[in-house]
Design a binder for this molecule. Structure first.
Ligand code: AGP
Length: 611
């Protein structure tokens, strides 16, 4: 995820900004930049790669000034080059802007601004903000009024910082859906994406809320809504120690990333849906409508959690696009001489984009004549560079070895792809597409409901942390969810856990059932709900213990299981995105109870770049 730091005060702005960005490096980035108001001009410096490149340049040729903004960029729109690095400026270099988020309507804004004579030099969505500010300032010289006007024209997520060459006494900030904080100092004030950046200077923080802007001088901070009404905000005092701060107050990156999932879903959806026209825009995969109509078979190929996302993808694509899908472990696909031809589409899925088996499978598929697209998180990764088209999931860097938010983003990407393929293959009418898009956009708030009520899950974890074996059961689109839940538990708590299609239990695993092996059963509202209830009855008839995942309001389930993790209702096809969250939390709290190294589990690597 991008990092933002801004400063206004009496000290050397560039030194404070660079050190702040260094404390945000854990967020991951691929370029960096800074803009300082210095003697009536905007002095800007940007560099590809790591901050050391930028700080080295500033060491050789320092910029003097007391007001400025800085940015570390995790590339979303446009390659990680110096030209695309923030800050971006308007055509007169009077205004500099840094931004974290996605401007969903940036293409239409860019066309309008170009028609008004504004010239663009980058591939980014962010540059639109610099020209919007210039356009608004041409109407009203007031910077705050211009920012309000600009942000009213923007759709999407933003955390932004703005400076003007003629106003060294003012630093502006604004946010919607991307976090931004204000730090209050003595004769100095700060903006930042996250607490660690400014913790050495102040523990007094104001958290900006959506559609709020802040006007900072070195001695004062005022907050307004987009209508210009002044808002009083509480000042929070941060108690964290610096190490904890990197995790934004969470005990582990894994827990932080579980809680980031609502925002990640919004970022993955980004500007890719058009509810009004019932369309999904995925130009980046580089498939023509004719090619999509001509697909005879899809292979989804991946490893680990990415493989389980592909197993969910099979249900989504076969249901919505009526195309045959095989899901393969990359380590198997690469050696089994797969039946691939020019009417085969291979989809490789990888968070890191560097998994050796998946990369090898991609090369094998291309060698055999298949079109290959990638669902990838890390921009510019080997897999992202070698596929014919990359669908980026915009999950931001995933630090915890056990994948959570990237898995969620993969599921969202697969759902977007399934709706788009279904529309292009004329199998989904517009009203159904609109319904699915609305349901997809409703997921973040449903997941927030779960995240706001995690005590019941913690209690269950406390009661089951000492067991040595678990069985996970699921049906249909949640059979892969059961597999992912079992993987989460085993990889961070080191407890043996296996998953089965619930209908398969009587063909062997039922012999395992007794009081020493808890059974996690996914029993949310679905076409096969009665079937899973029967399976649960088979378990308790043999003194098995059932931990159920059920739909909020289902009182029937308590007749069969005293331990229930409730989740909000949603469309069955979208239930994997909901159901996986309590399974992630269950695994996390069991692992914490057992004292595992949750973020760096034994024997595991975040990216398996060897066979
Ligand atoms: C998942 O929690 C694990 N970290 C692991 O199974 C991972 O999903 C797998 O190694 C694939 O990694 P990739 O998505 O980076 O290709």
């Amino acid at each position: 995820m991008c990092g933002i730091v801004g400063y206004i005060g009496k000290e050397d702005a560039s030194e404070i900004i660079i050190s702040g960005l260094q404390r945000l490096e854990y967020r991951g980035y691929d370029s960096a930049g800074i803009a300082i108001v210095s003697n009536g001009v905007i002095e800007r410096r940007r560099s590809e790669g790591k901050l050391i490149n930028l700080s080295g340049s500033l060491h050789v040729d320092p910029i003097i000034g007391h007001t400025g903004i800085g940015h570390t960029r995790w590339a979303t729109h446009g390659r990680p080059t110096e030209f695309n690095a923030h800050p971006h400026v308007d055509n007169t270099s009077s205004i500099a802007v840094v931004h974290n988020g996605i401007i969903e309507n940036y293409m239409s804004l860019k066309e309008d601004l170009k028609a008004d004579g504004y010239k663009f030099v980058s591939q980014t969505d962010t540059e639109v903000l610099a020209h919007l500010m210039a356009d608004e300032m041409s109407k009203d010289g007031d910077m705050a009024a211009a920012m309000r006007g600009a942000l009213k024209r923007v759709e999407g997520a933003y955390a932004i910082g703005v400076v003007h060459k003629d106003r060294p006494d003012v630093l502006l900030a604004g946010r919607k859906d991307s976090p931004l904080i204000i730090g209050l100092g003595d004769g100095e004030n700060f903006i930042a994406s996250d607490v660690p950046a400014i913790l050495p200077y102040t523990r007094s923080i104001i958290y900006l809320d959506d559609e709020e802007i802040a006007v900072l001088t070195k001695d004062n901070v005022e907050i307004f809504n987009l209508d210009g009404d002044r808002i009083e905000k509480p000042v929070e005092h941060i108690e964290w120690n610096p190490v904890l701060a990197e995790k934004s107050g969470y005990d582990h990156f894994m827990l932080k990333e579980i809680f980031e999932q609502p925002q990640v879903i919004r970022n993955t959806i980004g500007g890719r849906t058009d509810e009004e026209n019932a369309q999904i825009y995925l130009e980046e995969i580089g498939l023509t409508d004719g090619e999509i109509k001509n697909i005879e078979t899809i292979y989804i190929v991946a490893c680990g959690t990415a493989y389980y996302s592909g197993c969910v993808g099979k249900y989504l694509l076969e249901k919505l696009a009526r195309v045959h899908v095989d899901v393969d472990l990359a380590s198997e696909f690469r050696y089994r001489e797969p039946m691939v031809n020019e009417r085969t589409l291979v989809i490789v899925i990888s968070q890191s984009g560097e998994t050796a088996d998946t990369l090898a499978a991609l090369r094998e598929a291309k060698k055999r004549g298949a079109k290959v697209i990638g669902i990838v998180n890390v921009k510019g990764s080997s897999i992202a560079r070698e596929v014919d088209g990359a669908l980026y999931i915009h999950a931001g860097p995933e630090i915890g070895v056990a994948s959570t938010k990237a898995y969620m983003a993969m599921l969202i990407a697969l759902m977007l792809l399934s709706i788009q393929f279904g529309r292009i293959r004329e199998l989904i009418e517009a009203p159904e597409a609109r319904r699915l898009i609305r349901k997809l956009k409703g997921l973040p708030s449903k997941i927030e409901e779960i995240l706001d009520n995690i005590e019941a899950i913690k209690d269950i974890a406390d009661r089951y942390s000492e067991f040595r074996d678990f069985l996970y059961l699921g049906r249909g689109v949640n059979f892969p969810t059961a597999m992912e839940g079992a993987l989460k538990l085993k990889e961070i708590s080191y407890i043996h856990a296996e998953a089965y299609a619930a209908g398969e239990m009587k063909h062997g695993p039922i012999a395992l059932i007794d009081r020493r092996m808890p059974v996690v059963a996914i029993a949310t509202r679905s076409a096969t709900y009665e079937k899973i209830i029967s399976n649960i009855q088979e378990v308790i008839a043999r003194e098995g213990m059932v931990i159920a995942v059920a739909t909020t309001g289902d009182v029937n389930i308590t007749s069969y299981s005293k331990d229930v993790m409730y989740v909000p209702d949603t469309d069955e096809l979208l239930s994997p995105m909901i159901v996986v969250v309590p399974l992630q939390l269950l695994a996390y709290y069991v692992a914490v109870n057992r004292g595992s190294d949750v973020d760096q589990p034994r024997n595991l690597a975040k990216s398996v770049t060897v066979e």
